[in-house]
Structure formats: structure tokens, C-alpha cells
Write a protein that binds this ligand. Structure first.
Ligand code: SAM
Ligand code: SF4
Length: 308
């Protein structure tokens, strides 16, 4: 078991397999990666990631950039061994076509990023067009159909799409997806200081407190979960000390650095060129020892019904 100096257990690895993307979201933080660098090969990804289960890290999430732009994305999933759960975060554009192969290869579930169901707003936020959004909606249904569930819809809530939360709930109910789909509302992290207008989170939380039922707080990041009109809604509000104290993940960048924190690049650990498993294991422990909550503060313990 890997435990950092603040007593936080490492439960999952978030591995970016590429920095490339077919969309261009206005807010994108690229999972906190620096630009440039050479992508790890399939063998390098396998060699690094497959060290983790024996260190007690049994969950892995594949991310990007857009992971499905890599031609070998199915081989990457198939090459991951001894994990209890392999999941992926994707913008969904290429998912419908690849979903069955990915599932066959061992993928358990997906998060699909959809910030708007309206053509014009989707386009404004992501750069994709009407057809792109249709592919993404198809992917959502396909993922549910073949059991890559629960599927989370990742919606980064901005000032311009916050009113659409209701439309997402209506859409999930209209399609009858409420048993398999969770709506995950994500607070913008404005890393590039490009997007100053946050959504009105006080209003969103007050609305859910008044109209939904708080069904739990996940250990991971202390995320609140509500049930609203029969749909599960999860809040990802990263900008506080509670979130950081609940952080249980280590990150691998597409070019082979371990990142102890999404929001920092001054403490990363270079794994490139490491071929021996012992050396990789040693460097993983170095990265864990460098973990430190970005936001610190007096942390009040939350009750925890779910530890998903
Ligand atoms: N391309 C894939 C996608 O969009 O799902 C995976 C990579 S993307 C960086 C991973 C997740 O981070 C997406 O759900 C995306 O919406 C979210 N994200 C990206 N930039 C963000 C930001 N500045 N603040 C909050 N979430 C962000
Ligand atoms: Fe960033 Fe994902 Fe949007 Fe691509 S699809 S720009 S990686 S958030």
C-alpha cells in the first residue's frame, strides 16, 4: 500500500496516453500536463502501469488529451494486467465505434465529457460541430447498451451552460438512462487564467440541497452525491482543502512523468528511459513521497456513505 506523507492512500492511477486531441475545449487543462514531449510507447505504458497493482493500486483511469485518438488504444487497455477496474475518460467522439473492442480488451466503464446538448453551445465550447455531438450522443447510448457502466457524463459547468443542467436531467430521463448514467458536474479549474466567469455554484448547490436528496459524500475528493428526480448527480468541486485531502490518485503524463498533483509541475518525477521494474517502483515511491495537498486547511471530517 502506498501512503503519502499526509496519510492519503493511493488508490488509483490516472494515466494520460496522449496529449493530442480532436477537440479544442475552451477551458482545457490537459490533465495538468506541460506541452510537448514524446508519447510513451505501448510497451512503456504497460511496463509502467503494470507495476501499480502490486503496490496496492488496483484502479486505473486512461485519459488524455483524447485517449481514443491513439491507434493502439485497444491494445493499451488489453495490456493492463491485474487491475480491479480499468476506466477511461473520453470526449466520446470515437467511442461508439471502439466501445465493443475496448470492452473486450478489459475496459469496465467510461466517463464521457459532454458540456452541452445544444449544437451551437457544444460547438462554442468544444470546437466540434453538429455531427460531432451526434457521435457523442451515440457513444453514450452505446456505452450503456454494452455495459460500460455506470457511465458518467462529465459536464464542466461554466457560466454559459449552467442552465443546461436541467436539460441533461431531462435527456437522461427521456432516454431512460437514469439507472446507468450519473451526471457529474465539474467546477472549472482555470489553470490558464483564460476563463474568469465561473458558474454560480452557490445557486447550483442550494438548488440541489433544496430539491434533491444528499445521498452521500465519496471518500475520493469528498464529492457530494445527490439524487435529483431519480438521477444521480455528483459534484466535483476541486478548489478547496477538502477535495485535496480526499485525493487518492497519482498521475502519469503521456510523456512519462509521474505527477503527484494535478495543479503542480515543480515536483514531477521523470520515468523516461527507465527499463527496470525496480527502478520504476523506486521512482513511484519518490513521487508518492512528494505528494502534498495543493490546498491545505482545517479539514472537517465528512460522513461517508459511499466509497466507490
Ligand atoms: N479528452 C477527454 C475528455 O475530454 O473527456 C479526456 C481528457 S480531459 C482533460 C479529462 C476531463 O477533464 C474532461 O472531463 C474534461 O471536461 C475535464 N477538464 C478539462 N479541463 C478542465 C478544466 N479546466 N477544469 C475542469 N475540468 C476540466
Ligand atoms: Fe481537453 Fe478533453 Fe476537450 Fe480534448 S476533449 S480539449 S482533452 S477536455
Amino acid at each position: 500500500m502506498l501512503i503519502d506523507p499526509y496519510g492519503r492512500k493511493i488508490r488509483s492511477l490516472r494515466a494520460s496516453i496522449t496529449k493530442r486531441c480532436n477537440l479544442n475545449c475552451i477551458y482545457c487543462h490537459m490533465d495538468g500536463q506541460l506541452a510537448g514531449g514524446e508519447e510513451l510507447s505501448l510497451d512503456e505504458i504497460k511496463r509502467i502501469c503494470n507495476i501499480f497493482p502490486r503496490l496496492g493500486v488496483k484502479k486505473i483511469r486512461i485519459s488524455g488529451g483524447e485517449p481514443l485518438v491513439r491507434k493502439d488504444c485497444v491494445d493499451i487497455i488489453a495490456g493492463l494486467k491485474n487491475f480491479d477496474e480499468i476506466s477511461m475518460t473520453t470526449n466520446g467522439v470515437f467511442l461508439a465505434d471502439k466501445a465493443e473492442d475496448l470492452k473486450q480488451a478489459g475496459l469496465k466503464r467510461v466517463n464521457i465529457s459532454i458540456d452541452s446538448l445544444k449544437d451551437d453551445l457544444y460547438s462554442r465550447i468544444t470546437g466540434g460541430d453538429r455531427k460531432t455531438l451526434l457521435y457523442v450522443k451515440d457513444s453514450l447510448e452505446k456505452a450503456v447498451e454494452i455495459g460500460l457502466t455506470p457511465v458518467k457524463i462529465n459536464m464542466v459547468v461554466l457560466d454559459i451552460n449552467q442552465e443546461e443542467i436541467h436539460d441533461f436531467i431531462d435527456y437522461i430521463l427521456k432516454k431512460g438512462l437514469q439507472k446507468e448514467v450519473i451526471l457529474q458536474l465539474i467546477e472549472l479549474i482555470d489553470i490558464r487564467k483564460k476563463y474568469p466567469d465561473q458558474a454560480d455554484w452557490k445557486k447550483i448547490e442550494a438548488f440541489l440541497n433544496n430539491n434533491g436528496i444528499l445521498i452521500g459524500v465519496r471518500k475520493t475528493h469528498n464529492r457530494k452525491k445527490y439524487l435529483y428526480r431519480g438521477v444521480e448527480v455528483e459534484l466535483v468541486r476541486p478548489i478547496d482543502a477538502k477535495f485535496c485531502m480526499g485525493c487518492s490518485r497519482l498521475r502519469l503524463t503521456a510523456d512519462g512523468f509521474l505527477k503527484p498533483c494535478l495543479l503542480r509541475n515543480d515536483n514531477i518525477v521523470d520515468l523516461k528511459g527507465c527499463s527496470s521494474e525496480e527502478e520504476i517502483e523506486r521512482l513511484v515511491k519518490v513521487a508518492v513521497a512528494r505528494r502534498e495537498p495543493y490546498y491545505k486547511g482545517v479539514v472537517k471530517k465528512h460522513f461517508s456513505i459511499n466509497d466507490l
